[in-house]
Design a protein around this ligand. Structure first.
Ligand SMILES: [Zn+2]
Length: 414
């Protein structure tokens, strides 16, 4: 063991820390450890096909898989609902559990003049907090949407909202966008994989004492000639340094091409990457992140998740649509708008499930996804159709306020 092990430990800790996402609120993270390595990496022809290897997790922080070829995508449910009558910050058809329920539910009709602004991480409506700024919706997007929808008559508005959701939930569009993003960042992945190999080799050489960077300097600090076996390790160091700057240059250019308007984000990204060991996972997440804007988590998961992840996300979204949380105490306007908005999302969700099922993801039919859970235990005569918990009495509500369903009656209907 050489004394360099602490330097190596600090380096790899920084490498891992660089892949950590922190946030004030919970988000959905679609990430894959083996990325597209398994088969896409080598077959360029299949760029539009997404790898079905990703898993979905919900958390306020997330650590990216520590391999250059892995990827992470932060996704958000829409923190608002749009109905023909008006809009509210009560979410509809949310994939996350719990869904992004607001601290103070509010609603506004299309006719009323409302001032939409942004206050730090919040979208404000008439000065008070409406919804968090997310990848799904920010202040500007909400303002544009409201201006566009308010000008239409109710019938036109309904079809416009429906079209908007169909785009958000389109599996084909999600696959195309994510596939294009993956293809664009593939060069970066290659370079980072080479770097990764170099860092591992260098770490092993340092820890085992094969390479000693202190060696060229004598005990009195005077320069000595390099020993021949050390020269190649210094060459590896030089090459890694060079690669570091090449990777950052490539990331800078790609970011400029993919997201030309996000100049300050680009500067921050490259500056922070300069100071930490360059790694593809964060650069890639930053490059892919904005592409996920306007894509519903369900669409992204159906496009790139494993079949099991896709089914979990589909069931969760469908249950939120069919058995939404409407606690006593929320105003009738809010729950009315949310119910009517859910009706406008339903066709888009159904289309997404049908498209994914056609694509080979089995078990995506509504009947299967909404079926009562099996093996609820002895004496259970009712269940909550939303959370799947079993209950010993047939009437009443689950703690979330969802009406229970008797088990026998449901089975008899089937
Ligand atoms: Zn429940």
């Amino acid at each position: 063991m050489s004394e360099w092990w602490s330097v190596v430990a600090v380096f790899w800790t920084l490498y891992l820390v660089d892949g950590v996402f922190f946030g004030r609120r919970e988000r959905l993270f679609l990430s894959s450890w083996r990325g597209e390595w398994r088969w896409r990496f080598w077959r360029r022809a299949r760029v539009t096909q997404s790898p079905r290897t990703a898993h979905l997790a919900q958390a306020s922080w997330h650590i990216s898989p520590p391999f250059p070829w892995a990827y992470t995508l932060a996704l958000d449910d829409l923190p608002a609902s749009f109905a023909a009558e008006g809009f509210t910050n009560w979410p509809g058809a949310a994939t996350s559990r719990p869904p992004p329920i607001p601290d103070s539910p509010s609603a506004a009709s299309w006719g009323t003049a409302v001032k939409i602004g942004t206050d730090g991480p919040w979208i404000t409506l008439g000065g008070s907090r409406f919804a968090p700024v997310t990848n799904a919706l920010d202040g500007r997007a909400l303002r544009e949407l409201i201006e566009r929808l308010a000008a239409l008559d109710p019938g036109r508005r309904e079809s416009e909202i429906n079209t908007w959701h169909t785009r958000r939930f389109s599996v084909l569009r999600a696959r195309r966008r994510l596939g294009a993003g993956m293809a664009r960042t593939r060069g970066l992945v290659w370079m980072n994989t080479l770097q990764f190999a170099g860092w591992i080799a260098l770490s092993v050489a340092l820890v085992r004492g094969i390479f000693d960077p202190g060696l060229p300097f004598g005990s009195a600090g005077s320069w000595r000639w390099l020993e021949p076996e050390q020269i190649r390790w210094w060459a590896v160091c030089g090459w890694l340094f060079l690669m570091h700057f090449v990777v950052l240059g490539v990331a800078w250019r790609l970011h400029g091409k993919l997201h030309p308007l996000r100049t300050s984000e680009r500067a921050n990204l490259i500056f922070s990457a300069l100071l930490l060991p360059a790694q593809a996972m964060r650069l890639r997440a930053a490059l892919l992140g904005p592409l996920a804007q306007g894509i519903a988590p369900l669409a992204a998961t159906l496009a790139a998740g494993t079949p099991e992840t896709a089914r979990v996300a589909a069931a969760s979204t469908l249950r939120d649509l069919e058995f939404p949380v409407r606690p006593t105490g929320i105003s009738e306007t809010v729950s009315g708008f949310a119910d009517s908005a859910a009706g406008l999302i339903r066709p888009a969700v159904e289309k997404a499930l049908a498209d994914a099922a056609k694509d080979g993801v089995a078990g995506l039919s509504a009947a299967e996804l909404l079926a009562p859970p099996a093996n609820l235990g002895a004496g259970v005569c009712a269940y909550c159709p939303r959370c799947g918990d079993g209950f010993l009495r047939a009437d009443g509500q689950c703690p979330q306020g969802v009406k229970l369903r008797p088990l026998d009656r449901f089975n008899a209907v089937l």
